[in-house]
Design a protein around this ligand. Structure first.
Ligand code: FAD
Length: 484
């Protein structure tokens, strides 16, 4: 373990690499960033990236790659960074991942590649996400595009939904020579990436550029088309001549708590709140005026503990909230949000109230939200999710004055495609039933993947489903597989 592996360009012996600290991600100072929607993480420059790349142990069996749902060849791309071939590194990532500037920012690497990194056991894993982001931004800044030329197959594929599952499938299918058209219900492309995740974590310009890259590869996009209303799956197949369809419509319907007072003005779903900020440009204040979202002097709480909850409350802070609370019914250990997001939220002054569940929203004298009544919780035995179940503590109720409450306790499937597609099987909760390897549905030639199959998950898992679907669709179109 003391010499670099044969053929390695890394001059450091392995024992020295283990001793190198992980390079810190430069970020906007918290006291400044709470006043704007600019990106929090500022990205590595070439020097930091190469220093971080030196830490790679270049394992003979790289478990980082095995842990990546889309199979990015981590060791290979890091070796290219090491020798300063950043464009080559980008080309390697792009063989498996058509959205590297996005996953480099929001993928929970700590649960995937970085969890598989051998350095993880010895201290801090390699900053794989930071390195991925660096090369993706590098190629974007220089306008480098790797657009392979492929022979057209003459086959047409429709993709329903432009979130990460749909985009990933589209990217793979177009590179196999199929004609690919993505239909999107909204006027903006990107799914949750654009209407959910705020600018300070994932700038819209980055998403647009990644989509333009896909256009350059030949993917066609049509916005403002609600499949199931504007046109049905059957019409796409039988009248528009699509040979296969991939449904990637996500899980965008908000869930509520079902407690008294939830109808009051001032209570929002996270879905509505974030969509107003992201698609109605509230984040571009003062250029855009969204009076409903002027939160100056207001106390705001979010209910929930996932990424959505933290995106909501950190956005509220930037829109002027005087106090910003997270109310979560379990403890920090059970919070599904990324560790980095919790750290950033704490630095920004968000107050976390753990083991706290709202039981009623109370009106003020004008009939708007004035306060929330909460109950303290304690943790019991694990529930079906494997997390310890919160149980109310009798007599522990208390009130918190509040002008705005945002509910971020999960989402469910929008039924519009399922209800207009005869023979398309769903599970009890309304999600589309699809094979977990081939992404085939009960309808011949119709495939599905991402949140519309699994329920709300992550960007990289949705992209993994998109890749699997693209592979099966290709086999179906070329080899005449059954496909349904
Ligand atoms: P979506 O991204 O939901 O895309 C589905 C698309 O289909 C949408 O654009 C929708 O408008 C469109 N559509 C729906 N119905 C129709 C129809 N009938 N016709 C045409 N189009 C239709 N994951 C992470 O990994 N990291 C994070 O940091 C993270 N943060 C998140 C923050 C928020 C606020 C939210 C809400 C989620 C977050 N997630 C995160 C989860 C992640 O974004 C989702 O798991 C992922 O986007 C799912 O991808 P998808 O392609 O399946 O669906």
């Amino acid at each position: 373990m003391s010499q670099p592996p044969p053929g390695s360009a890394n001059p450091l012996p392995l024992r020295d690499r283990v001793k190198l600290p992980r390079q810190h991600m430069p970020e906007q100072p918290s006291e400044l960033r709470i006043l704007n929607f600019g990106e929090v993480n500022l990205g590595y420059g070439p020097e930091l990236a190469q220093q971080e790349a030196q830490r790679c142990l270049e394992c003979a069996k790289p478990t980082c790659m095995d842990n990546c749902p889309v199979g990015v060849k981590v060791k290979e791309f890091v070796q290219h960074i090491l020798v300063g071939d950043f464009s080559g590194a980008a080309a390697i990532i792009r063989q498996d991942n058509v959205l590297p500037a996005i996953t480099g920012r929001v993928c929970p690497q700590e649960d995937h590649c970085e969890a598989g990194c051998k350095l993880h056991k010895k201290g801090e894993s390699l900053g794989i996400g930071y390195l991925e982001r660096f090369v993706a931004d590098y190629e974007q800044r220089l306008g480098i595009r790797h657009v392979p030329t492929v022979a057209a197959t003459g086959k047409k594929v429709a993709i329903v939904g432009s979130g990460p599952a749909g985009l990933s499938a589209a990217g793979d299918l177009v590179q196999k020579g199929h004609q690919v058209r993505v239909f999107e219900a909204l006027h903006e492309l990107g799914g949750v990436l654009v209407y959910g995740i705020p600018e300070f974590r994932l700038p819209k310009g980055i998403i647009r550029e990644q989509i333009d890259y896909m256009r350059a590869m030949g993917v066609e996009f049509e916005t403002d088309v609600v499949v199931g209303r504007t046109i049905t799956i059957d019409e796409l197949m039988h009248e528009e001549g699509f040979d296969a369809i991939f449904i990637a419509t996500g899980a965008g319907s908000p869930q509520f708590l079902g407690i008294p007072g939830e109808h009051l003005n001032g209570v929002y779903s996270a879905n509505e709140f974030l969509t107003r900020i992201n698609l109605m440009h509230a984040y571009e204040f003062p250029a855009y005026d969204q009076p409903m979202l002027d939160l100056h002097g207001k106390d705001v709480a979010v209910i929930g503990g996932g990424n959505t909850a933290l995106d909501t409350i950190r956005s509220a802070l930037r829109l002027g909230a005087r106090k910003a609370y997270v109310l979560y019914r379990r403890s920090e250990t059970e919070m599904p949000a990324r560790v980095e997001e919790v750290k950033h939220a704490r630095q920004e002054g968000i107050e976390f109230h753990m083991l706290t569940a709202p039981v009623e929203f109370l009106p003020d004298e004008k009939g708007w939200l004035g306060a929330v009544r909460c109950q303290r919780m304690e943790l019991g035995e694990p529930d079906a999710s494997g997390r310890r179940r919160p149980q109310p503590i009798a007599g522990s109720e208390f009130e918190v004055p509040l002008s705005v409450a945002v509910i971020a306790v999960g989402t469910s499937a929008n039924p519009v495609v399922q209800s207009t597609t005869p023979g398309l099987n769903t599970d009890k909760r309304g999600y589309i039933s699809a094979d977990s390897v081939t992404q085939r549905t009960s309808r011949r030639g119709v495939f599905a993947g991402g949140d519309i199959v699994t329920g709300s998950a992550t960007v990289i898992l949705a992209m993994g489903a998109g890749r699997r679907a693209a592979k099966s669709i290709h086999e179906y179109l070329i080899d005449g597989g059954w496909g349904g």
